[in-house]
Design a protein around this ligand. Structure first.
Ligand SMILES: *Cc1c(COP(=O)(O)O)cnc(C)c1O
Length: 405
């Protein structure tokens, strides 16, 4: 939980400034708020960090995905290519917006495979939602090319890779819109919050309106302006934005610490021929929230997990075995596979392009079943890292003893 490790005086002060005005709403009350516009400032900081014209903050990463899809015109019956390895919100966003998710395979980047995207395209495909998982990027240049070639909307769910870049260009700026989450577990947090970014003024206006009942926010009295479209309430509040603004100022420090710590643990893993690191298309753009690695097969991965417990690795680092994890891999999404909702979805009426219950994703299964991800902490000390390295090495040695020199 990176950003949340660093809560300090800055976050408390920012919240206090808002409380002193009493205006927790992001619009109106100009006189009473005494120049405190946390949401606006947060948006400006997000836009600057991503070198993009427009950023609009909203209530969560999930609503960011919903807003981006709506603004990009994705709706009933549109097929949207999504990865089976993501936080489930990406898929929910498509389904609740009336679209029909099509699951393509991931590759060893842990993100959508360009080849599999190509194979998943049909005449009904409208968009690709690529997810830059676990702090690092997809083969985004190839995916951009595919989308151009087939005239598809590209949305980047960059919820897990805020601050990441590919060849110097911020993730989230390769397609029509990028989506961020600032929930409690992300690289920076608002408590709950999110944002969309874009260089397209029209999309920005639609996103901004859609997230607040279609209000166009022109003039200084929200409520008395026009409502060009129907929208909903996906607004962020000033208290959340205040925390996000304090956190975004810590991004350089967060990334430099994470990268340093990840490098140290990577060197330990590299001693073992059986350990294969995740493919990162541009290592310099990795925000390093996770250290992801593959073992030779599922059985050996489970042995390594057991060895991590035995050696107490689990006391010093959080780690994920996503294959058994509830909300990040399709294997455990029974509710999605069965389309269980309290109401009728477009997917119920139109039918789904794939039978999710019998869908086979052998390439993704093979990867996720042998993947472990360490959560990189910002506040590890040198002593912590030394002891953690020792335990990881001991655990891996116990499984792969023969490989040790
Ligand atoms: C966290 C996350 C979301 C959802 O963000 P919330 O702020 O929790 O709603 C969406 N997509 C991905 C890839 C995420 O990791």
């Amino acid at each position: 939980m990176p950003g949340s490790e660093l809560f300090g005086i800055e976050e408390r002060q920012a919240v206090q400034e808002v409380m002193e005005t009493g205006v927790l709403f992001r619009y109106n009350h100009d006189a009473q708020r005494k120049g405190i516009w946390k949401s606006r400032e947060f948006e400006a900081a997000i836009a600057k960090l991503n070198n993009v014209k427009y950023a609009h903050a909203c209530s969560s990463g999930s609503t960011a995905v919903a807003i981006a899809m709506a603004a990009c015109g994705i709706g009933v019956g549109d097929e949207v290519i999504v990865p089976p390895f993501t936080y489930v919100a990406t898929v929910e966003g498509a389904l609740l917006g009336g679209a029909l998710p099509v699951f393509a395979e991931i590759d060893e980047t842990l993100c959508l495979s360009p080849d599999s995207i190509r194979k998943s395209i049909t005449p009904k495909t409208k968009a690709v939602v690529v997810v830059h998982m676990c702090g690092s990027m997809a083969k985004i240049d190839e995916i951009v090319e595919i989308c151009k070639e087939h005239n598809l909307v590209l949305i980047e769910d960059t919820a897990q890779a805020f601050g990441g870049t590919y060849q110097g260009k911020p993730l989230g700026t390769f397609g029509s819109m990028g989506c961020f989450s600032f929930d409690f577990f992300k690289i920076i947090t608002c408590g709950e919050g999110g944002a969309v970014i874009t260089n397209d003024e029209k999309l920005y206006n639609l996103a901004e309106q859609f997230s607040d009942h279609g209000h166009d926010h022109i003039g200084n009295n929200r409520g008395m302006e026009n409502h060009p479209i129907i929208g909903f309430n996906y607004r962020i509040g000033e208290l959340n934005a205040a925390i996000g603004l304090a956190q975004v100022k810590k991004m350089d420090y967060i990334m430099s610490q994470q990268r340093k710590h990840k490098q140290i643990l990577t060197a330990v893993l590299e001693k073992f021929a059986e350990v294969q690191l995740r493919n990162i298309p541009d290592k310099e753009g990795d925000v390093a929230t996770f250290l992801d690695f593959f073992l030779p097969n599922e059985a050996e991965t489970r042995k390594v997990l057991a060895a991590f417990e035995k050696e107490g690795v689990n006391q010093l680092v959080g780690y994920k075995y996503w294959y058994d994890n509830q909300y990040h891999y399709i294997r455990n999404w029974e509710h999605v596979k069965e389309l269980k909702t309290p109401m009728k979805l477009a997917a119920h009426v139109l039918g789904t392009p794939q039978d999710y219950k019998t869908l086979e994703l052998p390439q993704s299964n093979a990867l996720i079943s042998r993947l472990i991800s360490f959560e990189i902490k910002i506040k590890w000390t040198d002593a912590d890292l030394q002891e953690l390295s020792r335990r990881i090495e001991a655990a891996l040695s116990s499984v792969f003893a023969k490989e040790l020199a």
